[in-house]
Ligand binder design. Sequence first.
Ligand code: MOS
Length: 702
Amino acid sequence: MPDDTNLLEPHAIGQPLARRDGERKVRGTATYAYETPVDHPAFVQIVQATVARGRVTGTGTSAAEALDGVLAVLTAGNAERLASTDDRELAVLQSAEVAFRGQPIALVVAETSETARQGAELVRVSYAEEPHDSELRANRDDLYKPEKVNPSYETDTAEGDVTAAMASAPVTLDRTYTTAMYHNNPLEPHATTALWDPDADVPLTLWDSTQGVHPARAAVAEVFGLDEEQVRVVCPFVGGGFGSKGTPHAHVVLAALAARALPGRPVKLALTRQQMFFLAGYRTPTIQQVQLAADDSGRLTAIAIDVVEQTSKIKEFAEQTGVATRMMYAAPSRRTTHRLAALDVPVPSWMRAPGEAPGMFGPEVALDELAGQLGIDPIELRIRNEPPADPDTGKPWSSRHLVECLREGARRFGWHDRDPRPSVRREGSWLIGTGVASSVYPTMRMAQSAATVRYEDGRYVAEIGAADLGTGAWTVLPQIAADALGVPVGDVDVRIGDTRYPMASVAGGSSGTNTWGSAIVVAAHAFRDKFGGAPVPGDEVTGDVDQAAKNDAHASYAFGAQFAEARVHADTGEIRVPRLLGVFAAGRIINPRTARSQFVGGMTMGLSMALHETSVMDPRLGQVVNHDLAEYHITANADVTSIEAHWLDEDDPYVNAMGSKGIGEIGIVGTAAAVANAVHHATGARIRDLPVTLDKLLAALP
Ligand code: MOS
C-alpha cells in the first residue's frame, strides 16, 4: 500500500457547498417514491396478522371484493408463487403460517387509498392460534450462538484469560447493561410505486424509497425469478433511512405482487407509521454483561462483553454488539460473545451504527464506573488504555486520533473545571453533571461500484446508482468528481438513484461516499488519461472502484469523543441535556456543511436513544404496543438545546483516494453513554438500562 493513495488535490473537497437538492426539496418538487407521477395509479393496503403465531385457516375476501373500487384481493391462496422463498421476510403470501403479529397475510388493491383501506378492514381472517414466545431474557435456556454476526464478523473472540485476570486484579467491575428495542422512524415512510408492463424491455419498474437501487433490484429479481435487467429501480430522493431502507422489506415484494396482478396499471404502496413498527426492521434489545479488570494505575488487564439479544424465527439478524470492544482499548485478556434468542417477533435489521451504537453503551458506562472506583479522571482512564495497534487484528491503525478528540473535546467543553464527585453541583432544584464517552465507527468501502464520467453540452457528468438519504450525496459526489477531473465543481453534474446508471453499493455502513467516490475518482482519472484536457461531447469512460487500492494492511476506523451536560430535577427526576459536544476524527471532511448535519443528526439520535426511544414489547401480545409517534418518543427540537460537532483535520493516506472515513453513523455512537454518565455525575444514580427515564431515577435521587 503506497503512501500516496490520497490522490486528490482538494479544491472543491472541503468546501461547505449548499445542498444541490435543497431547493427542490424546499419547493416540494423533489419527488419521493410514493408521489412519483404515474398514470392512473391504483393503491395497495396490507392486511396484517392479528395473532403472533399460528396458521391462517380461512380468509374471507368476498366483502372486500364486493366493495366498489376494489380491484384485487391477494392472499396466500391466490397470490403468485414466488421463485425464491429463501428469504422468509420477503416470501410474502406464500403460506398460511403466521410467524409474528403484524405479518402481511393479504393485500387489497383499489382505485383509491381510502377504498383500499376500507377493503382491508373487510377481509375476514380466521386463525388456528398457537402459543407464541416473544420475551427476551438473559436466562433463557434456548439461547444459541449464530455462525456470524452482522455483516460477517466472528461471533465470539477470546484472547488471554479474562476469568483469571478478574480473579487477580486489584480493581474489577462486573455489571450488566441493557439497551432498548428501537425502531427507525425516518420522516418518509417506506413506500413503493410499482409498474409491471409485460411487453416492455424492462417489465418491472419500482420507484422505491431505498438506500440502494442496485441491491434492491438484485433482491427483487431473485424473489421473482427475473433477470436483473428485467427490473429497474428508481430512487432520486429519500426522506431518511438509517438502515431501515438498506434492505428491501416485505412491502416492496407486496407492491410488485400487486403490480404483477394488474399488468400495465401502476400501483402505490406506503407503509403507515404504525406498520413501520412491524415491517421495516428494528434494533434488537441487548443485554450486555461487561467485565473489566485493571491494575491500580488504571491499566486494563481484561475487558469482556457477553451479549444476549434477539432475532426472529423466520430470519436471523445478529447485531454485532460486541465488535467495538474488540478494538477500542488495550487489555491483554479479552472476550466477546453473542448469543441469540429466536422469538416470534418481526425481523430485526439495521439501525444507524448497528453493533457500535448499542455496543458502546455498556462498556463506556463501565469505564466511567471503573474511573470512579480508581479515582482517575474518565478521560485519563481512556488515554491510559490507548492501544498502539488494533488489539483484535494486530494491524497498525491507518490513523487513530481518539486521544486528540478527547483532549480537544475537554478543552472546548470546559472539562478541566469539573469536580469529579457526583451530586455536588446544584442550581436551585436542578442537579448538574457532565459525562464523557468515546465514539468509534469502522471505515468501510464496498467491493463493488462503478461510475461513468461523460462530457456533454460543455459539462462533465458523473453517473452512478448511488443513494442520497438526505445525507448529501447529490452535493459531495460532484465535489469529488471535480477534484478528480481538475475542473470547477460548478462544471460537474451527477446523476444518481437509478439502476440505469452504473452499479452502486448500498448506502450503508457509512460507506457510500468512500465507495462511490472511489469509483468516480477511477472513472475521472481514466477519462483524463484517455481524453486529456480538451474532451469533445460524447467522450465517456466507465471505471470501477479500484480494488488494487483497497487498504487491507491497516485497521481503519473513525473515532470521536462526546461530552454531555445533564440537569436532573431533584424533586421530579426530569432530565434535561442542555449541552452535547462531539469532536470527531473522521478523515478528510468532504463538505463541512453536510458533514455537520450528519454528526449533529447522529448525536441527536444518540440523545434520543439515551432519554426517549424505547419500543415496548408486550410479550402477552407479541407486539410493540407504543407503535406510533404519540407514544414512541423521539428527541425533538424542544429536547435539544445546544449540540456542537467539531472535527480534527485528519490526514489518513490509507483509506481511499479522498482520505474520507465515513460520517453517517459515528455521531450516534457513545452519546447515550455520555448522557448516562452525566446523569450519574449529576445525581450519583447509576442507570444501566436505557433509556434513562425519571422513573428509574426517582428512588435514587439524593
Ligand atoms: Mo446504516 S444502519 O449502515 O444503513
